[in-house]
Design a protein around this ligand. Sequence first.
Ligand SMILES: NC(=O)c1ccc[n+]([C@@H]2O[C@H](COP(=O)([O-])OP(=O)(O)OC[C@H]3O[C@@H](n4cnc5c(N)ncnc54)[C@H](OP(=O)(O)O)[C@@H]3O)[C@@H](O)[C@H]2O)c1
Length: 287
Amino acid sequence: MPVHSNTSLTVLGLGDMGSALIRSWLTAGYAVTVWNRSARTVPKGATPTATAAAAVSANSLIVVCLLDDASVRATLGGIDLTGRDIVNLTTSTPAEARALSEWITARGGRFLDGGIMAVPSMIGVPDSGAYVFYSGSPEAHETHAAALSVPAAVTYVGADPGFAALYDIALLSGMWGMFAGAAHAFALIAKENIDPVEFAPLLVGYQQAMAAYAYGTAAQLAGGDYTEGVESNLSMMATTNGTLLRTAAEQGVSPELLTPFMALMNRRVAEGGGKESTTGVVDLLLR
Ligand SMILES: NC(=O)c1ccc[n+]([C@@H]2O[C@H](COP(=O)([O-])OP(=O)(O)OC[C@H]3O[C@@H](n4cnc5c(N)ncnc54)[C@H](OP(=O)(O)O)[C@@H]3O)[C@@H](O)[C@H]2O)c1
């Protein structure tokens, strides 16, 4: 019989993230049943099972943290999910999360999807800034609010099971843009007598200041006028891009991380958007 308890749960997955989640619940006094496909170190105090089915049968709250959607389906296929609340913390696409929700609901379970906005070392650490986007069954979210808030703060973004993944992937996608810019900046200084460690605070400070630019983009998207409040017009920025590209050539750095975005800026200028900011690029991506 499953344990319907506020202080016990099952975790499927003993990878880096699954193990961090398990340790946080153990530290908080939860009884944790765990399963992993292959032999891995079991955090001290957790109870391992030989099969995923045995782990699922042990508790009503089942947290899944595996590699991808395919591994979740491979693991849960054929297991009785009646009365189980499946909380999937495996990174997936919105469509995968919605399909998984239907698949689990049809088998008698409730479904919550989660997108973890943290790395394992931030899990269970107060004030680390870690949080998890959740979406899906409001009842499951309410039932397990206390347990889910143990590893990281909870940000519930609605009943649509695809929304947690969408918010998660939107933020991750924004992160790659930032990392790409940092990679290009470090490449520019790499052949000079400039210490990257001393350069890093300058780069971080500027990226942090420029990140707030997204508020202006959001206001323009909401208002519909992409020239509202513009103080760095697109025409000027597209011209400055020539200087960025010549500098890359002088320093022997491939411009390949920059040119896709610059091409979109040029296209928007060519279409008459020279007095705008970069907000029109969003429209170009949607065409
Ligand atoms: N680590 C991070 O910084 C981080 C941050 C946010 C979100 N996440 C997300 O958390 C999830 C887990 O990440 P992780 O860092 O724990 O990855 P990981 O250390 O590589 O662990 C992967 C886990 O998935 C299992 N797995 C892989 N293929 C499987 C299959 N076909 N059937 C059953 N189990 C399978 C592995 O089992 P075996 O041990 O048997 O291979 C292992 O338990 C991912 O979706 C990731 O995107 C990770």
